[in-house]
Design a protein around this ligand. Structure first.
Ligand SMILES: Cc1cc2nc3c(=O)[nH]c(=O)nc-3n(C[C@H](O)[C@H](O)[C@H](O)COP(=O)(O)O)c2cc1C
Length: 404
């Protein structure tokens, strides 16, 4: 029987079990979850989405409180152009988060950081450079560049002493995006060490438009493999999105992929940072409860359960404390959507956008992969009707050794 454990893959000379647990913000892919993948010889991600907030929550720092105080004067203004992050604080938060995660490391695997470009944080390049540099300084094993084309990222760290020794990869959803990234990476003199190809069935934000149903992960992976071959580039390719079992994973490994990236199966594990009640909602979900919503102010569609409390809420924009989605000139589509709804009556819900920052901070956005409705097949029910949470190790080993 062909199982994932029959395969191994290498990134820059380091050998791994070919299972990568994807980054899940905000603090859903916790350091505890990443550490399990690492201990078992695979790769686990933490995410740096809202890292000052996550640092406060986990390690009792006060970056969010401080930022809110600093920007208090803009609370009643629709103009947020002066609401900024303190880069020194951002550096400290990011560094603390990564250092603490790396302290949990054991085994022969690795811990990587998922860095979303699309979180502009009111100063797209300044904050991105700070986040990348702090992570490298803190000793992260690898960085996965996500949610964007990352045309500046390699340049931003091109003088960093760890540029060559850290493993650096990118998530793409098309050959087109890959080509754009490779051009900028080669200008900076640093090609990626791995490429994650994320298809339309993934969780979180999607690199597709409203026509996501037209695309297939298998097809995009084939195109990427062909393109790399035509360029004589030997870079490991890692498919992601909808790989629910060891059997699914083996299909990809047999057809040229080096490893697989998976996430949804781990959302309901004991080590995942999702609140307990949300985990139960994931288990109970039916296929018709899963939607691809256009309400994320990032502009990317996001897959979630339709009973997510973030939808149709009336929450005031929280940019002074958070502001992770603010553009350089202080804009976020949620601010406009909120004031438009207010103009029609103060208790009107905001239907077209959601406050990403507030709702992710509260665990109110039940983002998930398409196959979330199959999680119930993987657990047992307690006598009171709730589902029992598996250990991350069980799920990892089910991928590694499972033939079904
Ligand atoms: C709850 C959840 C949150 C996610 N958050 C992020 C994220 O912050 N950044 C990112 O690049 N991908 C994110 N993803 C995508 C995963 O890292 C992964 O590539 C994908 O979901 C794999 O597909 P699967 O969930 O069907 O296994 C998220 C996925 C889930 C399920």
């Amino acid at each position: 029987m062909d199982v994932v454990d029959n395969y191994r893959f290498k990134i820059s000379g380091h050998e791994f079990v070919p299972i990568v647990i994807g980054g899940m913000g905000v603090d859903i892919s916790t350091p505890e979850l990443a550490a399990v993948a690492c201990r078992l010889g695979g790769i686990g991600h933490i995410s740096d989405a809202m890292s000052p907030f996550v640092c406060d929550k986990r390690y009792r720092t006060h970056f969010t409180q401080y930022k809110e105080k600093e920007n208090r004067e803009y609370k009643d203004s629709t103009d947020k152009k002066n609401v900024k992050f303190n880069l020194e604080h951002l550096y400290q938060a990011q560094r603390t988060l990564v250092e603490k995660a790396m302290q949990k490391k054991e085994g022969s695997g690795a811990i990587f950081l998922n860095v979303m470009e699309k979180l502009n944080m009111a100063d797209a390049l300044g904050t991105l450079a700070t986040r990348l540099r702090a992570a490298l300084d803190a000793g992260i094993d690898g960085i996965t560049l996500s949610a964007g084309l990352h045309t500046h990222s390699m340049r931003l760290i091109s003088d960093h002493k760890r540029l060559k020794d850290a493993m650096i990869g990118i998530i793409v959803s098309s050959v087109r995006a890959l080509k754009i990234f490779l051009r900028s990476a080669s200008r900076a003199g640093r090609l990626p060490d791995y490429i994650i190809v994320e298809g339309p069935l993934a969780g979180g934000h999607l690199g597709f438009g409203a026509d996501w149903k037209k695309f297939s992960l298998k097809k995009i992976v084939e195109e990427v493999l062909e393109f790399l071959k035509s360029q004589e580039l030997k870079i490991p390719v890692i498919p992601a999105g909808g790989i629910f079992s060891g059997k699914d994973a083996v299909e990809f490994l047999k057809s040229g992929a080096s490893a697989v990236q998976v996430a949804t199966r781990f959302t309901v594990t004991k080590e995942s940072g999702l609140p307990y009640d949300a985990k139960q909602k994931y288990f109970k979900a039916r296929e018709e409860d899963v939607i691809v919503s256009q309400t994320s102010p990032t502009g990317y569609p996001i897959r979630m359960l339709k009973n997510s409390p973030c939808l149709n809420s009336t929450i005031r924009p929280q940019c002074e404390a958070f502001g992770y989605n603010l553009s350089n000139d202080g804009k976020c589509p949620y601010i406009d959507a909120y004031w438009k709804a207010q103009a029609n009556g103060s208790s009107n819900p905001v239907t077209d956008k959601m406050c990403l920052c507030y709702h992710f901070s509260k665990g109110n956005c039940y983002t998930c992969g398409h196959y979330v409705y199959r999680l119930k097949e993987t657990s047992k029910k307690a006598p009171d009707g709730t589902y029992l949470l598996p250990d991350a190790e069980e799920v990892f080993k089910d991928y590694q050794f499972g033939a079904a």
